[in-house]
Ligand binder design. Structure first.
Ligand code: HT7
Ligand code: ZN
Length: 874
């Protein structure tokens, strides 16, 4: 497969003003008739041929302006249809047959549980009909859907329904019109036996919008939270960004087979059922929050993505980075802001940092790709959002909002670039963002080495910051970035933020340093006491910051830092120092000794009174094994597991009474609500239980068993079940697991949790369980949620077993990748990720992992898997 390069971008030869589609739905042979109203693009050279993308289509008819084309007037190959000498303006008619029933890739039109549905982003529309399948071709659409009236009573597409009626042979039809020009990646069609829950929203300007969530009938009781989230997101976008919805109806459909979380198709969002359905008895608090975030994310795309879209797929972060930033801000506003930031950053530092340090590292705006489906990554989404957050912080909210208003009004209805977005921000603020643009073109995580000294004689603190971005594949040399570093200096005597004076200027108690050079030194003067610096407050830039903090400094910041995020971070850093020692002790076969400062810090957290339970739960949560691994120069999975386990058991032994008191004080009583208060309380209850269960004494096991049996919400049930299944108490865990599996056998999303709980178990039988569960009737390789719950959870969240020295974990994953490569290449290319990180492990594991990658490489590969494996072995 050949790469596509950003530098080769050319406007399309032809544009489409209006698209008429007709679908005659049948599982194995759906007839798609298309009429494209086209004209040559004003910037196109006159002789350029008309090229339409098309894959896996069987062409039945082609005509221009009513005249059938003769063989020789057009050419068809496996990727496109070419007309060498088209008129400058034309009405192109085509008819093709497609086969949704055999579409296991879930791109284009496919069947899910008997329901027809589409996924067109990024390049799925070319599997539906011949079309310029690129985001800079925007057209209005009118779509007629024809289907069997009995098996497909509901026929949906984008926009508004304008006509419906009966047809011969028991068929019926509905015609939909979408007045907003859109690229074809936002096209959607759904047909099936669906039922709806309906609500209304009145916009700020007084327009009435009908809101519908369409689901299979057994899921009607699981839509309330998504509907509430939708209305809350609509109101938030009006309040915060001044953005109103622009059609009369907004529809969400839940489908069971879906490659990602959801899709923002204009007026007809299609959701993975896991990203929309919730019920207290079947979904955890984390799932409720995830649904709220995804519903908002897709809704926000209506402006950041749909009204203003991307010129080409290299600009993907233009819509995704901005929209993630918008959904993160929404979730922070409607829940706990500090906890949202802590969660987002700890995920980012675990997963995006790993991506940036691995063989598939790429800039937020890549320069080339083989398969764009491989670029829906943490770098494009989450690092893209961090860049937008830095812009917000550099400009301040008011100017950022002005820049956003300018962007939406200037480019409404257009397909644009990242430069266009940043130029609006520069224009309204008069800030030079030239150097800042490097964030989009340079891959890798910048590292800042900082050190500081207090000069007692002159009451001054001298802080030096040095930045460096390590080389990444294809980018050996890096330029310095413009990095905003928010800092405070905390007085060691007072514990308060000190007044900051820099070059004679008083800056208040906090300031943002603009690091632009490789190295910068700043001297803060007029400081009455020696400070401990609090650096990168709120994670003000997506970088790794190193400062030679002593453990006392970290314990001090944990107590005194006025920035909640950095207080949490100080605790994490303190625990990490202890973990580093314990990892070394484990490797050297030396007796492990717990750092008393960590124990005392935890005692302080457990005994101090706090009204922020949500933050406390975060503070008490140890860094995950994946996060610890990300901090190590070479990953020793067994030492990391043993060290973390040791810390947990040591804390639980010394602070058993405190954890027990915390548990009892926070046991769920009220009826379930996904409110911030209740979620925080359950968080504390279950974090306490996890410490108590780490010792596995009879009382703790009994508490977990009781919680498993008595709880009426999935958060508490799943927490207790996980602790039991991950313990050595099979006598209690096995019956619990059996009861759970029998009770929920009818609900695939709950069975996913049942799979994940078992395959993440650290005990040595995990691989055997994975193999056994792959034969379970509830499992199917064809369903991405099942694959993620079973295979993804095993490979990503069970390091000691996935990295078993007999190589069985690697072999199992490679076998699955080979099967998925033909069934669903997009999922195959994602699930392979843990194997691509082989450089991080010891020689023996490296050899085993590479051997599996080579075994995969020897297969006939999809472009998706080919691209990832090639990079991993380069
Ligand atoms: N914009 C959507 C991307 C998406 C997608 C991409 C490739 C393959 C399948 C997909 N499903 C959805 C999702 C979003 O960011 O909102
Ligand atoms: Zn998105």
């Amino acid at each position: 497969p050949q790469p596509v390069y950003l530098k080769d971008y050319q406007p399309p030869a032809f544009r489409v003003s209006h698209t008429e589609l007709k679908f005659d739905l049948a599982p194995s042979a759906t007839r798609v008739s298309a009429v494209l109203h086209m004209e040559r693009h004003p910037d196109s050279a006159p002789g350029r041929p008309l090229e339409l993308d098309g894959e896996r289509l069987s062409l039945k008819r082609i005509a221009i302006d009513g005249q059938e084309l003769q063989a020789g007037e057009y050419r068809v190959d496996e990727a496109r249809l070419t007309i060498a000498e088209p008129p400058e303006r034309l009405r192109l008619e085509t008819e093709v047959d497609i086969d949704p029933a055999s579409n296991t890739a879930l791109e284009g039109l496919y069947l899910s549980n008997g329901m027809f549905c589409t996924q067109c982003e990024a390049e799925g529309f070319r599997r539906i009909t011949y079309y310029p399948d690129r985001p800079d071709v925007m057209a209005t659409f009118s779509t007629t859907v024809i289907g069997d009236a009995e098996t497909l009573p509901v026929l949906l597409s984008n926009g508004n329904p304008v006509e419906r009626g009966e047809l011969p042979d028991g068929k019926h039809f509905v015609t939909w019109e979408d007045p907003h020009p859109k690229p074809c990646y936002l096209f959607a069609l759904v047909a099936g036996q669906l039922e709806k829950v309906e609500d209304r929203f009145t916009t700020a300007s007084g327009r009435e919008i009908t809101l519908q969530i369409w689901v299979e009938s057994e899921n009607l009781d699981k839509t309330e939270h998504a509907m509430r989230s939708l209305k809350s997101a609509m109101a938030w976008d009006e309040r915060t960004y001044g953005r109103e919805y622009d059609l009369d109806r907004f529809m969400i459909v839940a489908v069971n087979d879906f490659n990602m979380g959801a899709m923002e198709n204009k007026g007809l969002n299609i959701f993975n059922s896991a990203a929309v359905l919730t019920h207290p008895q079947t979904a955890t608090d984390a799932a409720f929050q995830r649904v709220e975030g995804i519903v908002a994310h897709e809704y926000f795309h209506n402006w950041s993505g749909n009204r203003v879209t991307c010129r080409d797929w290299f600009q993907l972060s233009l819509k995704e980075g901005f929209t993630v930033f918008r959904d993160q801000s929404f979730s922070a506003d409607v829940n706990s802001a500090p906890v949202k930031r802590i969660e987002d950053v700890s995920f980012f530092r675990t997963a995006q940092f790993a991506e940036d340090a691995g063989p598939t590292a790429h800039p937020v705006r890549p320069e080339y790709y083989i398969e764009i489906g491989n670029f829906y990554t943490l770098t494009i989404y989450e690092k893209g959002a961090e860049i937008v957050r830095m812009l917000r912080n550099l400009l301040g909210w008011d100017a950022f909002r002005q820049g956003s208003d300018l962007y939406f009004s200037r480019f409404d209805g257009q397909a644009v670039t990242i430069e266009d977005f940043v130029a609006c921000m520069a224009e309204v603020s008069a800030i030079d963002l030239g150097q800042f643009m490097r964030w989009y073109s340079q891959a890798g995580t910048p590292e800042i080495d900082a050190h500081g000294e207090y000069d007692y004689a002159n009451s001054a603190y001298r802080l030096t910051l040095r930045q460096r971005t390590p080389p990444t594949p294809g980018q050996p040399d890096k330029q310095p970035l413009h990095i905003p570093v928010r800092i405070g200096l905390v007085g060691t005597k007072s514990g308060d933020d000190l007044e900051l004076t820099l070059d004679g200027e008083r800056l208040g108690k906090e300031c943002v340093l603009h690091l632009r050079e490789d190295e910068q030194t700043l001297v803060f003067t007029e400081l009455a006491e020696a400070p401990v610096p609090s650096l990168l407050r709120g994670f003000s830039a997506p970088v790794k910051l190193r400062f030679p903090y002593g453990r006392e400094d970290l314990a001090f910041l944990l107590q005194h830092d006025s920035d909640g995020f950095n207080r949490w971070d100080a605790g994490q850093r303190l625990t990490m120092l202890a973990l580093d020692d314990l990892i070394a002790a484990h490797r050297n076969g030396v007796e492990k000794v717990m750092d008393a400062r960590v124990t005392e810090a935890f005692r302080g957290l457990l005994t101090a009174s706090t009204d922020d339970k949500a933050v406390l739960a975060e503070m008490l949560t140890l860094p995950s094994e994946a996060y610890i691994a990300e901090q190590q120069p070479m990953v020793d999975v067994d030492a990391i597991h043993a060290a973390r386990d040791f810390v947990k058991r040591s804390l639980a032994t010394v602070l058993r009474n405190e954890f027990l008191t915390l548990y009892r004080a926070n046991q769920s009583q009220a009826d379930y609500a996904p409110s911030a208060e209740q979620i925080a309380q359950r968080g504390l209850q279950n974090v306490a239980l996890s410490y108590l269960m780490s010792i596995e004494d009879d009382e703790a096991v009994e508490l977990a068993r009781e919680q498993f049996e008595a709880a009426r919400n999935m958060t508490d049930v799943r927490a207790a079940l996980t602790l039991l299944v991950h313990s050595s108490r099979g006598d209690i865990a096995d019956p619990a697991l059996r009861a759970f599996g029998e009770k929920w056998a009818h609900d695939p999303l709950v069975m996913d949790q049942w799979f994940s709980v078992q395959v993440t178990r650290p005990q040595s039988d995990a691989i055997e369980r994975v193999k056994y569960l792959m034969g379970h009737p509830a499992f199917s390789l064809k369903n991405p949620n099942r694959v993620r719950a079973l295979i993804g959870a095993f490979a990503g969240q069970n390091p000691v077993n996935f990295h078993r020295l007999d190589g069985q974990g690697y072999r199992l994953l490679a076998d699955v990748v080979i099967e998925l490569n033909t069934l669903n290449p997009e999922i195959a290319a994602r699930i392979i990720t843990p194997l691509t990180r082989w450089q991080r492990y010891d020689e023996q594991r490296q050899a085993l992992m590479k051997a599996e990658l080579e075994r995969i490489q020897a297969e006939e590969l999809s472009p998706n898997v080919y691209e990832v494996v090639e990079k991993a072995l380069a």
